[in-house]
Write a protein that binds this ligand. Structure first.
Ligand code: PBG
Length: 330
């Protein structure tokens, strides 16, 4: 039967015709305060080296990172997430450079806190950038990770970030017990004010490829499947979440973002903690590559990807596009 469109009782499109109607009814919005910018730090001065696999992202010496922080503040970005990239000669089997009180990240934390008191300073807590073998902790003789020894070093690292003035410690090594170990160390060291953002649900993902280039943190042998999660699993994420909550984390993260938005929604519905998601290096690079080839409109596709994360339930988003997105939002 041929019906005239005018006789439609239910027409979702009625509400899409007028731009003001669309604006009024938009269910989710992006704002610059949603974003956290990851920064790769290197020793030296005046250094700003582009990362080959992440065009548009640079490794910065602390002075150059400060300029980036200034832009983040000017554009309303909430915070920065710091990663230290150190020389091969400074690495050892346990990653001791990561808890040096004059280490790279510690220096950056102090400088950023002093220059930009309004900016949230978050430090990634892990060892893969600091160990000579590139794994996220200490290895035992059989090549497996020794989690107990790793936890002790994680406490040292977290405490030294806290002493430098970090606001948030973000453990990313998928070590069982990492949240309670860090909480204990922070509290014992009189840093109860420092919060913990747990990489609670972190998958063993191919999308970290460019990061390992950027941070020079690729494992020298094997992979991270003995500690990061299997991309096939969902229930396992709920266990990770429940454990981290029981251990006292303040915020949880799902990582990567785009292929795991179902988990963002799941976590949003299963807990009342803030849920963050991390649009990782490979997600950055694939959008960048397609845009550079002229296949995608960068601005529209990046903003759409970020809006999808908000729609899935993310309270905040860690993204290498933080500065661009904040500018595009005006
Ligand atoms: C450290 C860490 C990684 C990332 C964040 N923290 C690498 C890894 O687990 O191999 C990846 C971030 C990105 O790809 O942008 N463990």
């Amino acid at each position: 039967m041929n019906r005239s469109p005018l006789s439609l009782r239910h027409s979702p499109r009625r509400l899409r015709r007028h731009p003001a109607m669309r604006g009024m009814l938009q269910e989710n919005q992006l704002i610059p305060a949603d974003f956290i910018l990851p920064i790769f730090l290197v020793e030296g001065e005046g250094i700003r080296n582009e990362i080959a696999s992440m065009p548009g992202v640079f490794r910065h010496s602390v002075d150059s990172a400060l300029k980036l922080c200034g832009e983040a503040v000017a554009r309303g970005v909430s915070g920065v997430l710091l990663f230290g990239v150190i020389a091969e000669t400074c690495k050892d089997a346990c990653g001791s450079a990561s808890w040096d009180k004059d280490g790279l990240v510690q220096k950056a934390i102090r400088a950023i806190r002093a220059a930009y008191p309004d900016l949230l300073v978050i430090a990634d807590a892990c060892f893969c950038e600091y160990t000579d073998h590139g794994h996220c902790g200490i290895l035992s003789v059989d090549g497996d990770r020794d989690d107990n020894a790793t936890l002790e070093n994680l406490q040292r690292q977290a405490l030294s970030y806290a002493e430098a003035g970090v606001h948030v410690v973000a453990p990313s090594g998928m070590v069982d017990g990492m949240v309670s170990a860090i909480r204990e160390a922070l509290d014992a060291g009189c840093h109860g004010e420092v919060s913990i953002l747990s990489y609670a649900v972190k998958y063993a993902s191919a999308f970290y490829g460019p990061f390992r280039d950027a941070a020079d943190s690729a494992p020298q042998f094997g992979d991270r499947r003995a500690y990061q999660m299997d991309p096939a699993n969902r229930r396992e994420a709920f266990r990770e979440l429940d454990l981290d909550i029981a251990e006292g984390c303040d915020m949880v993260m799902v990582k990567p973002a785009m292929p795991y938005l179902d988990l963002v929604r799941d976590l949003r519905e299963r807990c009342d903690l803030p849920v963050l998601t991390y649009q990782v290096s490979g997600e950055y690079s694939m959008l960048q590559a397609a845009a550079r080839a002229g296949w995608l409109d960068l601005q529209r596709s990046v903003l759409e990807s970020l809006l999808g994360m908000k729609r899935a339930g993310a309270d905040a988003i860690i993204t290498y596009y933080a500065l661009d997105a904040a500018e595009w939002l005006g």
